[in-house]
Design a protein around this ligand. Sequence first.
Ligand SMILES: NC(=O)c1ccc[n+]([C@@H]2O[C@H](COP(=O)([O-])OP(=O)(O)OC[C@H]3O[C@@H](n4cnc5c(N)ncnc54)[C@H](OP(=O)(O)O)[C@@H]3O)[C@@H](O)[C@H]2O)c1
Length: 393
Amino acid sequence: MSRVLIIGAGGVATVAAHKCVQASDVFTDIMIASRTESRCKKLAAALKRPVQTAQVDADNVPQLVELIKSFRPDVVLNLALPYQDLHIMDACLETGVDYVDAANYEPPDVAHFEYSWQWAYRDRFREKGITALLGSGFDPGVSNVYTAWEKQYFDVIDTLDIIDCNAGDNGQAFATNFNPEINIREVTAKGKYYKDGQFIETEPLEFSKMFDFPAGIGPKKIYLLWHEELESLAPYLKPYGLKEARFWMTFSDNYIKHLEVLQDVGMTRIDPVIYEGHEIIPLQFLKALLPDPASLGPLTKGKTCIGCLLQGSKDGKPVKRFVYNVCDHEESFRETGAQAVSYTTGVPAMIGAMMLATGTWKGPGVFNMEEFDPAPFMQKLNEYGLPWEEIVY
Ligand SMILES: NC(=O)c1ccc[n+]([C@@H]2O[C@H](COP(=O)([O-])OP(=O)(O)OC[C@H]3O[C@@H](n4cnc5c(N)ncnc54)[C@H](OP(=O)(O)O)[C@@H]3O)[C@@H](O)[C@H]2O)c1
């Protein structure tokens, strides 16, 4: 019997709301609040149970506090954009309510993301007696839980490779499967990986290689990116003798070609440019031109495959294991009205909120996903539509 306040009404929130409705034994009362209330109402109308909706500017802490005080949730599930994280954490602190998000804080004016801003809340959350669960999406999120789960098969873990493949096709010349601004900022940023005790920076998309994916997906080119979960997972695996940790993502040649041109002409810039007397941010203008990710749902076919490849040893013998999920775009859309990229994030977001609401994962403080027992989360992934499989090499 608990109450959840979902903030945001985009692709990920759509899936999380469907899943909260399915988990009616845990989430008895649901509110969806976002900047544009009409999107919340449209989403509410598609759900199988009545939910409340509200308008809120999640950058406005007093407004958030008022909303939280009036709805009295047990947990706030932040599925707005990374820019809102700190404001929503502030509101949770003021009202004494648990907090879950799916992406770490990013300042709007710098394409830079790291946990330091949110880890700085640890003492305040501990003192208030409430829990913040950071990065409860797929990657970060399930990737952290997979890593914690796999530890049981190793004495030594030399390398961790988190590998994210979207083998779907939406038929568009160029489109991103989630918020274009966030996606392009991530891809055009410098890469970074962990090696021998330090993080090493790379040029954007400097390293690539082929990886053979299961489930009929086959070989695809993967590119090294910086991803936030490496920041917490590298120190977490240090006692296991970790030498190298990397994050990889697939991009089609067509996607890379368009991105290069857009970058070359300055369309991915995030600094203001004066155009006909108005200040515009090129990347935000580009976002307005590109297809809304929500519109790609009915068009996207194919699968995603995201997993963790761990290599090391147990009892002196070499061990190599790949734990992964395969998700089908069309099946995700049929169930929730959103494609697999939103589905693979929205399901673990709901499960994260469920772990706190049921007291299965307990604080207080600010936590990354690998800090809790992975077993109950792994079980819920199977129950709520993201079953996992393993290849033992
Ligand atoms: N961990 C992972 O695996 C993973 C994967 C994908 C995405 N994510 C994260 O998940 C989150 C949601 O992604 P998405 O694809 O659903 O994004 P989206 O479709 O762009 O939706 C974002 C929602 O947030 C709302 N919003 C934006 N600013 C707001 C504000 N100031 N106040 C209130 N609401 C606001 C938007 O409102 P409007 O409707 O008015 O625009 C929209 O409804 C993002 O943080 C993203 O980075 C994580």
